[in-house]
Design a protein around this ligand. Structure first.
Ligand SMILES: NC(=O)c1ccc[n+]([C@@H]2O[C@H](COP(=O)([O-])OP(=O)(O)OC[C@H]3O[C@@H](n4cnc5c(N)ncnc54)[C@H](O)[C@@H]3O)[C@@H](O)[C@H]2O)c1
Length: 430
């Protein structure tokens, strides 16, 4: 599917860009530490397309290959200012130490800056994340008052940190699974629901609402319902704010969206795909609860059907058993191990197997995605784009479609769409 957006030249990326992170845990603290290290020249921002990738804009591939960040107008890493909310974490240094992703010798030169990043008390409810006990929680009892308190926090942060612009990325825990309900149908229904304390409104939805009402672009890094709701799409359009969701595409799903297009490209059949993980961080603990894992499972399972199109190729992909498991196993911490067993078949139906054993580091893979989403949503906002930014689907496990068609999951087509969109802005910049 080809996605097209009318492009206008973005306004200059001058001044400070505030990055607001609900959820200051492993991903958020690893992201912040990496940006601080990059701007001090300690380490390059590896894995970030906006910082490291090149964009062919000439007529031949080797004609002109400038870096993306030299081709389109992006905020400089020096201009990023960090803030957020968390019900447990006291500051970004403590978050990084608890997460244990980065070694003490990597944190030491950044310790003062990280310690100064203190999250605001959170809108938090254990009914949505049962495994956590929140101590730094807003006192407001009603959902409407909580939304207003977040809107006030955003305004205070913008003024206090002298930010010209803001972006919010949900890096909080995965909330319990829910299907959309009537309260999500429109902005009017959602606002009535906030006033009536509707039990179907989750904390992440209150953050999303507060961001959009404040004119702040929002992306959801987790699989729960938050921005992918009719009320949020309506509000984003009304407020002229770009949004993207959901669920950072990092380990096993990234592998899946690499391999599945290759199997399909050769017109080989697929009979089954069994994926299992062991993970020992706080995210793994939250996902150990069935109601939270259900949100993740739904987000992970959609990928194969969207890529392989079983209705178009029933002989090859009409009978696939697709199973995904995540097991909480504390000794591994953030260093996840993901196994995939892939049962394929070829000429005359003869079966073959592919085995993948990916020893990855979850937050190391997620951090550059957070950076790119921040910079690209800010770019889109400055260029007057609003609503669902389908071209950011490259970064997401369950990308949102902007129109009636379903979203693309093929990593290579997603990359082409991302590059095409950026080329449009590179051209618009002249
Ligand atoms: N790391 C990855 O590769 C990856 C990939 C895809 C999605 N994700 C998602 O990103 C999110 C963050 O992952 P992580 O590894 O940093 O998890 P984490 O458990 O280390 O951090 C999550 C933080 O969110 C906080 N939190 C929970 N509810 C909150 C609320 N209502 N308001 C503000 N803060 C709240 C928690 O206290 C915790 O500090 C998770 O939802 C995870 O599923 C991560």
């Amino acid at each position: 599917m080809v996605w097209r957006m009318a492009l206008r030249p973005p306004a200059p990326a001058s001044g400070r860009l505030g990055v607001l992170l609900p959820g200051l845990g492993a991903v958020a603290s690893t992201f912040i530490a990496g940006v601080l290290a990059a701007r001090r020249g300690l380490m390059p921002p590896i894995g970030s397309l906006t910082q490291m990738a090149r964009l062919g804009v000439g007529s031949t591939p080797d004609d002109r290959q400038p870096l993306i960040r030299d081709s389109v107008s992006l905020a400089s890493l020096d201009d990023l200012v960090f803030g957020g909310w968390d019900p447990i974490t006291t500051n970004a240094l403590e978050a990084a130490r608890t997460a244990g992703v980065l070694a003490p010798h990597d944190l030491a030169p950044l310790a003062d800056e990280l310690e100064a990043i203190v999250p605001m008390p959170a809108v938090f409810d254990t009914r949505w994340v049962s495994r956590l006990e929140g101590r730094r929680v807003k006192p407001e009892a009603s959902k409407w008052a909580q939304a207003q308190a977040l809107i006030d926090d955003i305004a205070r942060f913008r003024d206090g940190q002298r930010c010209d612009r803001l972006v919010m990325i949900w890096c909080g825990s995965t909330e319990a699974y829910q299907a959309p309900s009537a309260v999500h149908d429109s902005v009017a229904a959602f606002e009535a629901g906030l006033r009536a304390d509707d039990p179907n409104i989750s904390p992440s939805q209150i953050y999303a609402y507060a961001a959009l009402r404040s004119g702040v672009p929002y992306a959801n890094g987790a699989p729960n319902l938050s921005i992918d709701l009719p009320c949020m799409t309506e509000l984003a359009a009304r407020e002229g704010v770009p949004v993207a969701g959901k669920d950072f595409k990092t380990g096993q799903t990234w592998m899946k969206t690499l391999l599945a297009p290759g199997i399909k490209a050769r017109m080989l059949g697929l009979r089954g795909w069994y994926s299992t993980n062991i993970l020992g961080n706080r995210d793994g603990e939250v996902l150990d609860a069935p109601e939270n894992f259900k949100a993740k499972e739904v987000s992970k399972l959609g990928v194969l059907d969207a890529i392989l199109e079983p209705s178009v190729y029933p002989d090859l992909y009409g009978h696939i058993d697709h199973v995904v498991r995540i097991n909480y196993y504390p000794p591994r911490g953030d260093n996840k191990e993901g196994w995939d067993n892939i049962d394929i078949f070829g000429w005359l139906g003869y079966p073959m197997q592919i085995k993948v054993d990916f020893l990855c580091r979850d937050s190391i893979l997620a951090a550059p995605i957070v950076l790119d989403l921040v910079l690209l949503l800010d770019l889109a906002h400055r260029a007057g784009a609003s609503g669902v930014q389908e071209w950011l689907g490259f970064y997401l496990k369950a990308p949102q479609a902007a129109g009636a068609q379903s979203a693309d999951h093929d990593l290579f087509r997603q990359l082409a769409t991302l590059q095409d969109t950026l080329r449009g802005w590179a051209g618009a910049r002249g």
